[in-house]
Design a protein around this ligand. Structure first.
Ligand code: NAD
Ligand code: UDP
Length: 319
């Protein structure tokens, strides 16, 4: 049985990856310090023999006994309000954390994949974004703590690949959504659905003309799985190229939730990217991957999930 370590296992994406690798017949070691994650996301796995959990901060030395075939480094605060609240931990997990994971991968002879992000492109001046674009990031702006941690993480990973011959993969993830997102994590989809469910107006930042391209979590997980099993070490965009303005997205959520809430406008956060859409030519050609779930299907599933949560979740303050 192959054995895989997933850091950030109690988070949104990490927990879906645990499910997928167990379904594929792997032994899964989940690791998380629960700084933004929640054990509820993986409690259904605790009774399984194929799953074990380490409560550990990956910015500190990592010890895992036994063999490891693969490491997926997904630990990191990911939503803007999270990484603005815990900027130093964000920089540490993207630097010390990846260094520890790379050392562990060397010791175990494991292949490692890192969760990079469309944020490495910053506020992009090339549209849509291809992997060849170097990005437009403000290192000392508020988002710099996340963007630069992820850029460093890519550089460090590539250095281990080049100089030590370690098997590595880099996935650049674009905005992803689905069940197990935290209602209060500040990201636009849970923010809008939470507001609609509480009967509040939807807060659009800026004039709503900025764009994003939203990918359903199952599609993303499929892309990550294929990339990990491929032989390509360069960065690969995984995301859904179906681009929408945030203003239009708010209208879609109002329609989906059948509420009569209004849109209200708030200040645009500093350095908020004006446009974002992945060019997925590489993923198509190298992995035969493209997203299958449309935004309307994915949003329906996600809305049902949020509706099924206990009412107190709706009023829970941020971490
Ligand atoms: P999340 O906050 O739900 O999950 C992150 C998990 O990492 C949490 O469970 C958290 O407790 C854990 N963690 C953070 N720091 C840690 C540390 N030092 N040690 C151990 N565990 C730690 O976020 P997510 O959306 O699931 O994101 C997962 C990964 O994917 C992140 O690396 C993020 O940067 C990346 N990513 C996500 C998206 C997206 O749209 N969701 C987009 C691009 C990149
Ligand atoms: N946004 C918004 N209202 C909210 C939360 C976010 O208009 O209540 C906007 C935000 O300014 C950004 C977009 O929605 O332009 C996506 O934000 P998110 O935090 O989900 O992710 P980002 O892609 O910016 O990291």
């Amino acid at each position: 049985m192959k054995r895989v370590l997933i850091t950030g296992a109690a988070g949104f994406l990490g927990s879906h990856l645990c499910d997928r690798f167990i379904a594929e017949g792997f032994q899964v070691v989940g690791m998380d310090n629960l700084i933004t994650g929640d054990l509820k996301n993986i409690e259904h796995l605790f009774a399984k023999e194929e799953f074990e959990f380490y409560h550990h901060d990956v910015s500190k030395f990592i010890h895992v006994s036994g063999e490891l075939d693969y490491i997926l480094h997904f630990a990191s605060p990911a939503s803007p309000i999270d990484y603005l609240k815990i900027p130093i931990q964000t920089l540490k997990v993207g630097s010390l954390g990846i260094h520890n994971c790379l050392g562990l991968a060397m010791a175990k002879g494991a292949r490692l994949i890192i969760a990079s992000t469309s944020e490495v492109y910053g506020d992009p001046q090339v549209h849509p974004q291809t992997e060849e674009y170097w990005g437009h990031v403000n290192p000392v702006g508020p988002r710099g703590v996340y963007d630069e941690a992820k850029r460093f993480q890519e550089a460090m990973t590539m250095a281990y690949h080049t100089y030590h011959g370690l098997e590595t993969r880099i996935v650049r993830i674009f905005n992803t959504y689905g069940p197990r997102m935290r209602l209060n994590d500040g990201r636009v989809l849970p923010a809008f659905i939470g507001q609609a469910l509480r009967g509040e107006d939807l807060t659009v930042f800026g004039d709503g003309s900025q764009t994003r391209s939203f990918c359903y979590v199952d599609d993303l997980v499929e892309g990550i799985y294929r990339l990990l099993m491929s032989d390509y070490a360069g960065p690969v965009n995984i995301g859904n190229p179906d681009e929408i303005t945030i203003g239009e997205f708010a209208e879609e959520i109002i329609k989906l939730t059948g509420t009569d809430q209004k849109v209200i406008y708030k200040d645009l956060p500093k350095d908020d990217p004006t446009q974002r859409r992945p060019d997925i030519t590489k993923a198509k050609e190298l992995l035969g991957w493209e997203p299958k779930v449309s935004r309307s299907e994915g949003l329906k599933i996600t809305y049902e999930y949020f509706k099924s949560l206990p009412t107190e979740e709706l009023y829970k303050k941020e971490h």
